[in-house]
Design a protein around this ligand. Structure first.
Ligand code: UD2
Ligand code: MN
Length: 587
């Protein structure tokens, strides 16, 4: 029912102190549901009008009864200042089950006030910045499909509590055809009786649109000068909106993202990080969003750790854009379904067509990163794959070859009609993808361009011929490189490059030799490329040896037990040390 495809991953939240201050201690909740106090924010009930019609009076009573059920669950002070909460007893058992359905701890979320406070996670320098009193107005667009009640309501309250209301035109909720009961009449009543009049509006879509078309529907209705999109499980931080509006006032083609703070899916802790450290957006050739470090060049260019920081891509859910610029630069691709890919599409498009994409370090918003999507994917389609194929066809020029190497099944062309998007690119006279790589993301490794040799790395000491292979390892962790029968086509698991800087590498990981004082051979393992000369440098000799520079050992298949790992050993003129790449860019 739910989609096993993971959502985006959380960024590294900076250094978090293990020695928490007394007021930062985790909370442990083991209570009896009958002795809890009502949270104070619920005590101020709306005033009952004297001349209320009977019908409305009935509705009001019904609403109050419904809200009272939620209010009784709330434990005062729980999770305040974003503190972690650990449930114990029967609750703890139930949590395990709920996490499998909701992908986050709904039981705990329901107990935490929708108005809870969060720690100010900003860099100290942020408090010294000042913002214009005449900022553009903003419409905050929150789309959702079957979102759980309490995170959605908490998102709304956090915006109301921590935004400059004079600049908030309205919060526009877009319900993407939810069927959870509480998101029906109860939500209408909540907006009517619990939220400030005129600030929150709900748009209900008549069919499932998917997040991309849902955002388009919201943008169509919005009246603010600036559109700010949020996911439906966020908590905004102090002064989160001002830096975004200020920057757009200065540059209307700047598309801005806040730093996305992590709200723990289980304890609902709002991680404060260390203020200064944050990551920006990258991508993989397989078409996925990744978090990357701010490059040293960008650190120099921006001048200050709290200045707008250029980001090659964005995660997608949380961003601000001038409303007119949003439409001018092409809105979104209407042909994209449900989830995935639209964030890279917009990132490439904005950069290639004259805009900028920047992280505003003084704007921070927390987000619950869920490990799967707690909603359906109609038709069980791989919408991330199909949407990404659309963007590759429109924006990536020849570089789409690298995407299709990872996703050969998508090359068949079920992505539909992209002619309108290609026309848009032409009409806007955008740069090409090569320009984007050279200028916006120069540190991105292009497997077959920045290499002396690339393709399968073959060794024929045994028959059939073997190729270096990841053996399906999880490339996020350090792993041992193995050998496997060579594939007849160039599969991504066997793709290796010998880079211009001497790395024997894949997209993100580089080969290293395990230092050992005892007997050879030494293990060869793959670890994150560090751009460091010593441990990750290899030399290809005329005789086809691959010599690891710092150990003076050669890549060797000798003594290969199973088809498991490959090793490095003393260099000798033997077949087990002779290697061939499929392609050489030098002779
Ligand atoms: C990330 C983005 C998300 C989106 C996605 C790529 C962040 C924090 N989140 O995934 O916004 O850009 O990458 O596509 O950057 N929704 C609908 N209709 C649907 C499906 C989803 O309205 O058919 C809503 C959903 O309720 C949520 C939002 O879209 O509010 C994003 O969905 P998600 O939270 O499952 O995506 P996430 O955070 O893994
Ligand atoms: Mn999300």
């Amino acid at each position: 029912k739910n989609n096993p495809q993971p959502g985006i991953e959380a960024p590294v939240p900076g250094i978090i102190s293990n020695n928490k201050l007394p007021n930062e201690q985790d909370q442990i909740l083991n209570h009896n549901i009958n002795d809890i106090n009502l949270s104070p924010q619920f005590n101020s009930k709306p005033i009952k009008s004297e001349h209320r019609f009977e019908e409305e009076d009935q509705e009001w009573k019904k609403a109050m009864a419904l809200f009272a059920v939620d209010e009784r669950m709330v434990v005062q002070g729980l999770g305040d200042m974003g503190r972690a909460v650990h449930l114990s007893g029967a609750d703890a058992v139930a949590v395990e089950e709920v996490m499998k359905v909701e992908a986050f701890n709904k039981i705990l979320s329901d107990k935490i006030s929708v108005n809870r406070s969060v720690p100010d996670s900003r860099d100290q320098l942020c408090t010294r910045l000042s913002y214009s009193s005449s900022l553009p107005s903003a419409t905050v667009i929150i789309i959702f499909t079957n979102e759980a009640w309490s995170p959605l309501i908490r998102t709304i309250h956090s915006v109301l509590n921590r935004s400059p209301l004079q600049h908030l035109d309205e919060i526009l909720l877009v319900d993407d055809y939810s069927d959870r009961v509480e998101l029906g009449e109860k939500l209408d009543m909540y907006i009517k009786y619990r939220l400030p009049p005129g600030k929150v509006r709900l748009l209900r879509l008549k069919s499932r649109h998917g997040l991309i078309r849902a955002r388009l529907a919201g943008a169509n209705e919005a009246k603010g000068d600036v559109l700010i999109f949020l996911d439906s499980h966020c908590e905004t931080n102090h002064q989160w909106m001002e830096p975004l509006l200020q920057r757009i006032k200065e540059s209307s083609s700047a598309v801005l993202v806040p730093i996305i703070d992590v709200i723990d899916d289980k304890t609902l802790e709002y991680y404060a990080g260390n203020g200064r450290y944050f990551q920006v957006g990258g991508f993989t050739w397989s078409g996925h969003f990744t978090w990357i470090e701010v490059s040293p060049e960008e650190e120099k260019r921006r001048g200050s750790p709290v200045a707008p920081t250029r980001s090659p891509t964005m995660a997608g859910g949380l961003f601000a854009i001038d409303r007119n610029y949003f439409w001018k630069v092409g809105g979104y691709d209407q042909g994209m379904d449900v989830w995935g890919g639209e964030n890279l599409e917009m990132s490439f498009r904005v950069w290639m067509c004259g805009g900028t994409l920047e992280t505003m370090p003084c704007s921070r918003v927390g987000h619950i990163f869920r490990s799967f999507h707690p909603y359906t994917f109609p038709g069980n389609k791989d919408t991330h794959g199909l949407n990404t194929a659309r963007l590759a066809e429109v924006w990536m020029d020849d570089y789409k070859r690298l995407f299709y190497m990872y996703r050969p099944e998508l090359e068949k062309g079920e992505w539909g009609d992209v002619s309108e998007r290609r026309a848009l690119r032409k009409q806007l006279q955008c740069h090409d993808f090569r320009w984007y790589l050279d200028n916006i993301f120069p540190q991105k490794f292009v497997l077959d361009e920045q290499s002396y040799a690339y393709g399968r790395l073959r060794n024929n000491a045994s028959t059939p011929e073997l190729c270096l292979d990841t053996l399906q390892a999880d490339e996020k962790k350090r792993y041992d490189m193995g050998m496997y029968n060579c594939h007849t086509f160039l599969a991504s698991s066997q793709y290796m490059s010998l880079s211009h800087t001497g790395e024997l590498r894949r997209e993100e990981v580089c080969a290293e030799v395990q230092k050992s004082h005892s007997l050879h051979p030494s293990k060869v393992f793959m670890a994150k490329c560090r751009g460091e000369k010593e441990e990750q440098e290899w030399i290809m000799t005329k005789s086809g040896h691959l010599l690891h520079k710092s150990t003076n050992l050669c890549l060797d298949t000798v003594g290969l037990q199973s088809m498991a790992t490959v090793s490095a050993t003393e260099c000798q003129p033997v077949a087990s040390q002779q290697w061939w790449f499929d392609h050489y860019t030098i002779s």
